[in-house]
Design a protein around this ligand. Sequence first.
Ligand code: HEM
Length: 465
Amino acid sequence: MIPGVLFCCFLLLLVFLQWHRPKDKRLPPGSMGWPYIGETLKLYAENPNSFFFNRQKRFGDIFKTHILGCPCVMISSPEAARIVLVTRANLFKPTYPTSKEKMIGPEAMFFHQGAYHSRLKKLVQSSFLPSAIRGSVSEIEQIVLRFLPSWKNTTINTLQEMKRYAFDVAMISAFGEKQDLETEGIKHLYHRLEKGYNSMPLDLPGTPFHKAMKARKLLNETLRKLIQKRRQSRREGGGLLGVLLGDKDNEKLNQLSDSQIADNIIGVIFAAHDTTASVLTWILKYLHDNEDLLEAVTREQEGIRSKIVEANRGLRWDDTRRMPLTSRVIQETLRTASILSFTFREAVEDVEFEGYFIPKGWKVLPLFRSIHHCADFFPQPERFDPSRFEVPPKPNTYMPFGNGVHSCPGSELAKLEMLILLHHLTPTYRWQTVGVEDGIQYGPFPVPKWGLPLRVGRRNKTATP
Ligand code: HEM
């Protein structure tokens, strides 16, 4: 009797839901796959790029699917992506797995919208504006000059080396040039934390996630000590930490709390580190595969170098503004590699969207990579051709740093790091891939297989044209 009643209730509920959704509210086309697992297995069986590409071809620029336990709407037209990220951004909140929130810290800006987000965004942006980072050129140059010679006549794992570099730059951006006693401890604990970033969120003794969470707790304690020290000495110090400590909300004069500061410092190191390292790894790969381009970039950098040597000075911000070809190589690498293939948002209410209905709670994913690889906007999209950036791309078709309220505040710093490295690398060194296997691995960003092992030697200047 009871199962029969329950079954009837279930049927009534289905009928109610069917009535409740007006007929003109149609979901985007696409397949939701199997119950609960949806199309997740297909996503892993194909690679993510072909998974999205095949469905876009079949269903169009806006389609639905079901992956990782969530109903999703994929967006691959520039106009629709702009609606989600810019014009109606208030209807689509950023969303991350809870395990990521726990590791980075729930008060980091990525996880928020509204007044708290915009307060932090302004502070972080002010730390990474060109006017704020132009003074860091010589410090970043020193980092490059310290580690480049160690590459000579060895085989390097490019991704690992680039991570080392991007991490050192992130540390000075976060804490300033003057290293505190706590900085070494923070570096060590951060490395323990990042080992858990891509692990299963299984908080049991011995699992990578558990170890990462332990490191996160200790990291919090060390950061709090540093924050207290700087607060007590009444010297905020440099870097983003200095900016966050110095901020007082205009109306209430309330300071950011220790945990708000700590979570945002970890958040920025996290956002700055693997992203920049992955793009730098791709740059070395593309320059290796395009010899003429490498020679042209080298000539550009040699021109600047010789003036600097003549004047007996170090590299300056203004020099980095005179590297048009090298800058286009960076732009094209950001497009071709599209290391952030997409981003996640979640509908905060039922949304009418381009003639479709997106129910509250559904994930919405603007697919940056699909837009960057669309032949309508970038002819012969698979070709690595920096000259395409001699004219600016069409509006909203090029978003390696995102768009709208959550766009990347670190884009200028990332590009600066790349320019400084290439300035010293190309005139002096040459590199050959080790092993023959071409391909891509995801961890989580797409990078050349095995992190691109390279044999690095001194450049033979007489042998080049
Ligand atoms: C080549 C390197 C980088 C790439 C490709 C990149 C890309 C992006 C993208 C696409 C977003 C937007 C994500 C979204 O809308 O959901 C983003 C956000 C962010 N990035 Fe970057 N980024 C890079 C380097 C950096 C650096 C060096 C920093 C720090 C100085 C940084 C700090 C951040 C922060 C804090 C956010 C969150 C902004 C917010 O939620 O308002 N990124 N980044």
